[in-house]
Ligand binder design. Structure first.
Ligand code: PEP
Ligand code: MG
Length: 569
């Protein structure tokens, strides 16, 4: 059995189809520039036609925004700069086209890869993808095409390029396993969106798997079993059917309320990073949006902070698509590990403890004001909650709220329509804020607990550091006590308290959070229905009692045992 990372849940049993890219053996030799430039022209045309064809096949199974990747590829293939550089270089060195094209492409890839920015580093993968196709067309090599599959298989590859995943025919590609990649790699994201099982980062799979071998892909536990026994095949086929049945059964909960067996109602809502994510929240029965990470708009922008109009359109789209449901948009949370292409942060020893989030916005009030105006204008189109990230003190909240009040007053004076039910809240993700929650609760309309940071700061354990990741302990009584302070602090002033950190979607945490009185759970769209099933099966009175006991324990292990026992009843 080989281990990897379950990137898209499910189970599949089928034969291996190894997707191996042609090996390019490119040599350099002297050649006539006119002939070579003609070859380049023809290869670019074929490359463009190929990508258009793949996009057309992909458009049958992918959504509009996922097809954008092919537009990026087409843009690159049509880029006069890319082609021009190759032609100029051919004229200068009088060498064969494929050798020159490879050199130009490698330089471009190296340039993108060296950039200190995730977005650009990811673009390097796109350049590689297009350049490889171009090179194959220059040398007359065929690239295997997954769109032509005609029997059920599990695709095994080093990694899948966006063109590969785009041309996957879901009817026959039952899943895939790749040698490299992580949960957030392109192929993993595509697999989740296509809803086909995928295990990525399976070291050794290419060497061990042979074309036509039988294979079990367990993309729940991140396991790949090659040449399984008949008993194993029967066992996993049963598991696959059960998984499918559970998925179908969960769909029945889509329009149901989230309510405990003794009538205590909570809200299950979604975390989103862009307006396009709203669709998944609604499809999974989300009762609103509990966190729109607005920083993605800023990270996507190419050369400046996004302007008021661009932001207004994005916020308005989300509010309109969510109808009467509440949408909580977080103001810019930048800094720490989140960087911008067009803005250089000052060097700091500990960026996670430095100028992040609201601290940045209170320094760059111009940037903050633009966002607040866009939010306030959009508030006329739905039910908006605005929250400030990383609030540590009452004074910080007051300072941020004062800027908000000024912008609101200005807009009203200008005759611009703004919503009259806008709620202004804060994230509780710094221990100081949790401890002072009863005072902060008097000033805000709501809290949303950001456990990803709250745990990192409470445990003094960098959330990006693998060796200290054992300190990510959502169920540690210390964290539960801080959460209780936050919830009680809000309730004392009649305000509501939500949670939008990963803990909110954790099935073992849900019973305790329910018992502590959390009002709103915000999580990734695909976790919502499972969470609803859990909440709907629990008694609020019993979970309250259980949570009291948990607060009085010593270790995360004890709490975990307690929770397991309480839901097994
Ligand atoms: C959090 O800190 O829990 C949170 C939701 O914010 P982010 O993960 O974006 O820092
Ligand atoms: Mg955070």
């Amino acid at each position: 059995m080989l281990k990897g990372i379950a990137a898209s849940q499910g189970i599949a049993v089928a034969k291996v189809y190894k997707l191996e890219q042609p090996v390019l053996d490119i040599r350099t030799f002297a050649a006539d520039p006119a002939d070579e430039i003609a070859k380049v022209g023809a290869a670019f045309e074929k490359t463009i036609a190929d990508i258009e064809k793949i996009k057309e096949v992909a458009s049958r199974s992918l959504k509009e925004e996922e097809l954008a990747i092919f537009d990026a590829h087409l843009m690159m293939a049509n880029d006069p700069e890319f082609r021009g550089q190759i032609e100029e270089e051919i004229k200068a060195v009088k060498e064969n086209a494929e050798s020159v094209a490879q050199r130009v492409a490698n330089n471009m890839v190296a340039m993108f890869e060296s950039m200190d920015n995730d977005y650009f580093r990811e673009r390097a993968a796109d350049v590689k993808d297009v350049a490889f196709r171009l090179m194959c067309n220059l040398t007359g090599k065929e690239i295997p095409n997954l769109a032509t599959l005609d029997k059920p298989v599990i695709v095994v590859a080093k990694d899948l390029t966006p063109s590969d995943t785009g041309s996957l025919n879901k009817e026959f590609a039952k899943g895939f396993a790749t040698e490299i990649g992580g949960r957030t790699s392109h192929s993993a994201i595509m697999a989740r969106s296509l809803e086909i099982p995928a295990v990525v980062g399976v070291k050794g799979i290419l060497e061990e798997a042979k074309d036509g071998d039988m294979v079990i892909l367990d993309a729940i536990n991140g396991e790949v079993i090659l040449n399984p026994s008949d008993e194993q095949i029967a066992e996993y086929e049963k598991k696959a059917a059960e998984f499918q049945a559970e998925k179908e059964a969960l769909k029945a909960l889509k329009d149901q309320p989230s309510v405990s067996t003794d009538g205590h109602k909570v809200e299950l809502v979604g975390n989103i990073g862009s307006p396009a994510d709203v669709e998944a929240v609604l499809a999974n029965g989300g009762e609103g949006v509990g966190l729109f990470r607005s920083e993605f708009l800023y990270m996507k922008s190419e050369d400046d902070f996004p302007d008021e109009e661009t932001q207004f359109e994005a916020y308005k789209t989300v509010l309109e698509s969510m109808g009467d449901h509440k949408v909580v948009i977080r103001t810019l949370d930048i800094g720490g590990d989140k960087k911008l292409k067009y803005y250089q942060f000052d060097e700091e020893m500990n960026p996670f403890l430095g100028v992040r989030a609201i601290r940045f916005c209170l320094i760059r009030k111009d940037v903050f004001r633009t966002q607040l105006r866009a939010l306030l204008r959009a508030s006329a189109y739905g039910h908006l909650g605005i929250m400030f990230p990383m609030i540590a003190t009452v004074a910080e909240f007051r300072a941020a709220k004062a800027v908000y009040d000024e912008e609101r007053a200005k807009l009203i004076a200008e005759g611009v329509k703004v919503g009259d039910d806008v709620e202004v809240g804060i994230m509780i993700e710094i221990p100081a804020a949790a401890v002072l929650a009863d005072r902060l609760g008097r000033e805000v309309d709501f809290f949303s607990i950001g456990t990803n940071d709250l745990i990192q700061y409470s445990m003094a354990a960098d959330r990006m550091s693998e060796p200290v990741s054992y300190l990510y302990q959502p169920l540690n009584p210390s964290i539960l006590r801080l959460i209780k302070m936050a919830i009680d602090g809000a309730h004392k002033s009649g305000k509501w308290c939500g949670m939008c950190g990963e803990m909110a979607g954790d099935e073992l945490a849900a019973p305790v959070l329910l018992g502590l009185g959390l009002d709103e759970f915000s999580m990734s769209a695909t976790s919502i229905l499972r969470a609803r099933k859990m909440i709907n099966s629990l008694s609020y009175a019993e979970m309250k009692e259980m949570a009291e006991k948990a607060l009085d324990m010593d270790t995360i292990e004890e709490v975990t045992e307690l929770v397991k026992a309480s839901i097994a009843k």
